[in-house]
Design a protein around this ligand. Structure first.
Ligand code: KIV
Ligand code: ZN
Length: 540
């Protein structure tokens, strides 16, 4: 039997695999804000990034290691390919963390060996113990993953895993890298590893999976039944292609169906002890933060965190829910932190009331950040009667996007209407505060604003997504705008909220431009697509 911590460990990879989603790149402040929220959520491990990818990625992992967690908090983990340079860089980046882990990996399927690594099975079997032992010489806690395990020959997999454990890996991760497995196949693979790897009792069995066939969560739950005790997942299920297994769905499945899962943990059917250490009331807030900062919108019907997940539109359902919630509801919305949100903040609320509410929401702002948030709150309160938690979250999450800004929006003014040609005048300031102003016409006000901003910024791009949704209900609601720009095959997103959607669009466009410029200057390598031979880290 693999090592059993007695519950399921939640390994969050939003900042590593989640950030590999096209257009989801985050700056250092944004990563830090998400890591702090993940710690509040109670994850066991935060995979903070792939330090060898670039100096920016290294700095983010190092800062998170230094500032998030502490001795009672989550383990901070970095990813490293099975190469000494990657592992060394990872060890340096996670060094400040009281609890640190190196996660190293190599592919084990024949298709990856032949077409990606150009290595034989024998070569892989030599590399694995050497690299795991090297990682162990630098940190105590080493995780090893067999990339594309779902399509690997199980016999070869057993040998690789045995070698990794013998060399010191204490967590063995089994990824369904391309989301190909079905639940019973994946469960059988976990059972067979548990059965045929002689030293498996020295390691925790972990799973990682992508959602290409929409089966990632189902695969993981089957794996849990067969002995997997660490789940690698992301908030809102973001990640490469169709994404990763969604943390909130896994956690809530095990929360709501605890009686079903308890026997697999050797517990009494009715044992009330939670199966994970997640504080479920933090789920909604974490989901919104990740969505706001990555610009990856959550589909309305998404389980647990979609806006419709707890909405009862149909009259029959509403009637049933009013008589007894259990008729149509299996999760009380409050369990995931979804509350009515209506708080009594308004025009006359003072700084301390705003600070107190932000603290309750989990935002511990510095003096300057609080001053800025309060100024924006006052500005909003002039235009909107009731300010909700969601409005406050929108204000604060936007502030996090600003620090590394190359361009700042100073003014946006439009004239448009049924008989007017939409015209926008915008003023942008550069990093030194130098302002430039221009005007442009467009097919509508947003088009005119984007054209004017492009003319000033001089950073060629193609606008591929523009979406607006309201933060709360009511005619005075703030509109949240997400913009996605494409350049040379890469996507860059920007997000903003304002009671004026044209202003929100202009700010979201500027946020996306800032991201584009910063990514251009800080080119990263991809942990899975770029093979180890290209070891030189790109410099700024
Ligand atoms: O999908 C995958 O195989 C991965 C590994 C690097 C764990 O992300
Ligand atoms: Zn992955």
């Amino acid at each position: 039997m693999a090592k059993d911590p007695g519950r399921v460990l939640i390994f969050d990879t939003t900042l590593r695999d989640g950030e590999q989603s096209p257009g989801a790149s985050l700056n250092l402040e944004e990563k830090l804000a998400i890591a702090q929220q993940l710690a509040r959520l109670g994850v066991d491990v935060i995979e903070a990034g792939f330090p060898f990818a670039s100096q920016g990625d290294f700095a983010a992992v190092q800062r998170i290691s230094d500032q998030v967690g502490g001795s009672e908090g989550p383990i901070i983990c970095g990813l490293a390919r099975a190469s000494k340079k990657d592992i060394k860089s990872c060890a340096e980046a996670v060094a400040p963390a009281p609890k640190k882990r190196i996660h190293t990996f190599i592919a084990t399927s024949d298709i990856h060996l032949e077409h990606k690594l150009h290595k034989t099975r024998k070569e892989v079997l030599e590399i694995v113990p050497e690299m795991v032992a090297f990682a162990r010489s630098l940190v105590e806690d080493v995780e090893f993953s067999c990339e594309d395990a779902g399509r690997s020959d199980p016999e070869f997999l057993y040998e690789v895993i045995e070698a990794a454990i013998a060399a010191g890996a204490s967590t063995i991760n089994i990824p369904d890298t391309v989301g190909y497995s079905t639940p019973s196949e994946f469960g059988d693979l976990i059972s067979s590893i548990d059965k045929y790897v002689p030293n498996i009792d020295e390691a925790v069995l972990s799973v990682h999976g992508h959602n290409d066939l929409g089966l990632a969560v189902a695969n993981f739950l089957e794996a849990v039944k067969k002995g997997a005790r660490q789940l690698e997942c992301t908030i809102n299920g973001i990640g490469e292609r169709a994404g990763n297994a969604a943390l909130e769905e896994l956690v809530m499945a095990m929360h709501v169906r605890r009686r079903y899962f308890n026997p697999y943990f050797g517990r009494d059917l009715d044992s009330p002890t939670p199966l994970t250490a997640i504080r479920t009331e933090e789920i909604t807030k974490t989901s919104r933060l990740v969505s706001n900062l990555t610009g990856m919108m959550v589909q309305p019907n998404k389980a647990i965190v979609g806006v419709n997940a707890f909405a009862h539109e149909s009259g029959i359902h509403q009637d049933g829910v009013l008589k007894n919630r259990l008729t149509y509801e299996i999760v009380d919305a409050r369990t995931v932190g979804l509350t009515d949100n209506r708080i009594s903040l308004g025009k006359l609320s003072g700084r301390s009331a705003v600070r107190a509410r932000l603290e309750e929401l989990g935002y511990d702002l510095s003096r300057e950040d609080l001053n800025e948030a309060f100024a924006r709150f006052k500005d909003l309160a002039d235009r909107k009667r009731d300010i909700t938690d969601r409005d406050l979250e929108a204000i604060v999450s936007e502030q996090v996007q600003q620090p590394e800004a190359r361009f700042s929006l100073r003014l946006v003014q439009v004239s448009c209407g049924s008989s007017l040609r939409a015209t926008a005048t915008v003023t942008l300031a550069d990093q030194d505060g130098k302002e430039s102003t221009t005007a442009a016409v467009g097919t509508g006000p947003v088009d005119a604003v984007c054209r004017a901003l492009n003319a000033l910024a001089g950073e060629p791009n193609e606008l591929i997504e523009f979406s607006v949704k309201s933060v709360t209900e009511g005619i005075d609601a703030m509109g949240e705008v997400t913009i996605r720009l494409r350049r040379e095959g890469h996507l860059y997103s920007g997000h903003s909220a304002d009671t004026d959607v044209v202003v929100a669009a202009a700010q979201a466009f500027v946020n996306a431009l800032n991201r584009l410029v910063s990514c251009k200057e800080n080119h990263s390598i991809h942990p899975q697509r770029d093979v180890v031979t290209k070891e030189k880290r790109p410099t700024i």
